[in-house]
Design a protein around this ligand. Sequence first.
Ligand SMILES: [Zn+2]
Ligand SMILES: [Zn+2]
Length: 350
Amino acid sequence: MKSTEVKAFGAKTNTADLEQLQIDRRETLADDVEIDILYCGVCHSDIHTVRNDWGGSQYPVVPGHEIIGRVISIGKNVSKFKEGQLVGVGCMVDSCQHCQSCKDGLEQYCENGMVGTYNGKDEHLGGHTFGGYSEKIVVDQKFVLNVPENLDTKGVAPLLCAGITTWSPLRNWNVKEGDKVGVIGLGGLGHMGIKFAHALGAKVVMITTSPGKSEDAKRLGADEVLISKDEEQMAEHAGSFDFLLNTVPVKHDINPYIGLLKRDATMVLVGAIEPLEFHGGGLIMGRKSVAGSLIGGIKETQEMLDFCGEHDIVSDIEMIDMQNINEAYDRVTSNDVKYRFVIDMQSLKN
Ligand SMILES: [Zn+2]
Ligand SMILES: [Zn+2]
């Protein structure tokens, strides 16, 4: 198959810094959309994959799954997109399309394994897929999203992963006007969780260990802030939440949060891919649930982007040049970003 070389940034080993590389992009096939990448968000998963924290990383790793760009060319079967259109690509670039999850529009749970935007199996060129830290990408139209033109484009990129990861559970568990929703952890995911829950009409409580985050949480849409280390405050809120969105990305004690749930209510984990312990009594006494959720399907991602267009919601971001990515990784690791880094891909093209 024909391919073209493009500039990218990636890591050659799990201990190496990211550096400029050349990668191949396939020619635009009948169902493909070729995209000139404008911006790419920096997700914690990018760092985990570069450093092989979850195992299975294939090198070089070219991360990036919060991609915003404009269509350069389309294949002959593509009617939904046209040249010049603003589009997005998230965490997936393909799936089997015939299993029950795919039929249900939940490609992220594809029973045959969805193809990740990076570190997935490249069925076209062989080897593995390369993500958005690059000049261009070629993606099957089924995995390309339409991006509303009225939004601040730079802040749209993180919606493709941080956004959909928090939107999907809020929708699936039917969070509605008047519900008391707690968002645990204020980072890339948490700040989107607050914005969405607020826009859906919920009473939003930011739950954090750091009192210093209160002001920012309120600016983002939280009605109240609950300091989880304060036992008195935790006792006041016991048994009062309709829903908890737990965005903490590391191993932590979830039992105090279970105590915050109302009878029959659910806490959904979206961050911690870790062994966690809970006391059965905490769930049994009150028929409570702890659940998990992974990104969202393509249909749901489009719904989220359309909702953001209507409600003028984007991510709070800090823009960086591609060449500053290694420093940005250190800052993400120490939780020193409000609330997402976005790479200006022009810096790679110059
Ligand atoms: Zn991500
Ligand atoms: Zn499938």
